[in-house]
Design a protein around this ligand. Sequence first.
Ligand code: 9MR
Length: 475
Amino acid sequence: MFSQLRRAAVVVATGVLLSGAALHGGAQAAPTTTDEAPSAQLATLREAASTSGKFIGTAVADHRLSDATYSGIAAREFSSVTAENVMKWESIQPQRGSFNWAGPDRLMQFAQANDQQVYGHTLVWHSQMPGWLANGNFGATEMNQIMNTHISTVMGRYQGQINRWDVVNEAFNEDGTLRNSKWLQVLGRDYIANAFRAARAADPDAKLFINDYNTDGINAKSTGLYNLVRDLRAQGVPIDGVGFQSHLILDQLPSDYQANLQRFADLGVEVVVTELDIRMQMPSDAAKLERQSQQFARVVQACLNVSRCSGVTVWGFSDRDSWVPGTFPGEGAALPYDDNYQPKPAYNGILTAFGGDPGGGDPGPGPGPGADCTAAYQVANRWNAGSVVDVRVTARQALNGWAVTFTLPAGESVTSHWNTQLTQSGTTVTARNVAHNATIPAGGTLNFGFQTNSGAVYSAPVVSLNGTACTAATG
Ligand code: 9MR
């Protein structure tokens, strides 16, 4: 999976086995299950989201990337990026057989430089088709070929580097029937299954999504989508996830938003909030912005509450760049930053919902939140039904509160822990400071330990401090 690091190369070291006595007794002498309040300074959206193992993404407008303020925020605050336009068919294959990679390559490089996931958008869609495709008079065989070639060429170029792809976009009418797109007209409803099969063949590592709007609550359209996903899964069609665009209107967030995500998750698919914005009648005022903040927070909370929800992407981050005013005259202010790239209440709503700290300090311009760090993850003792692990993280910067995250192999659970307040969600472990080790001087080392229910042999995972991956140390 695509995951390059923003600052330091990660070295995944094999866990060092010390002799049983080395740390087992001593380190366990002071186990604690204290539930003192965490005081980690999770000052950016991506740091805060990472403590729950979720991503926070943004759509990126290619023409804005050269602006330092814009790209600085995109890098600092977000752990996933989606091309707002440059991976759409019209842009990427404007003439038949002629591909335009400049914009997509730029986004891939940006993501790589900033340790971000990439959400691919979008392959098969009725909208933003180039003229040659929209107006061409193709029979089914040729149309199918055109679709397969586009999928294999675009996905193939970025194979292994794009985490998720919107394979099919906006396939439904509001009443839950399939949209009468050119794809449906020429290929029949099998175009959907065939697109997913072609996509799996083109990049077996990418998770394959179907994405739509007005499917955010339980309604006729989302039920049509639900039935399709259920049937495709039953037929063995390779579909991994459902995207909920969530272009919402202030005060109209569906009350069954979370329940809707959950019913799809219960089909066994991943769910993602893919294009979130919450628009309002202009002018905005303090009361509207406050309600908007609460509604952004409710969407984030819904994703946190649904374990198969892997992240939330906002459709741009600044009102200056939003698609909304151009499409809905009189409406706007739909995003977490204002026209001047200043955070709005909605920013704090998202941050706080992810467990972040709005007062956590000014992260300053440019990429790279958090502290540079090295992590020693040592399996101090191991027997047939348990392991004791000692974790030491040395931070370059002083810390006032910390959160350390890593994953355990599936099925392995923490049974006790010491010198930390620790939670586990699936395979993701979040270890926070307790009162006595919250403050670590620059260059100092934090230390905690835990015991698990398994003696499985495994390599040390990547350890992150406040959302930034640490370099592995073996000492
Ligand atoms: O934000 C996009 C805007 O810049 C484009 O002009 C528009 C063209 O259709 O697409 C917008 O993004 C859409 C996304 O690709 C699919 N879901 C709806 C989004 C808002 O229209």
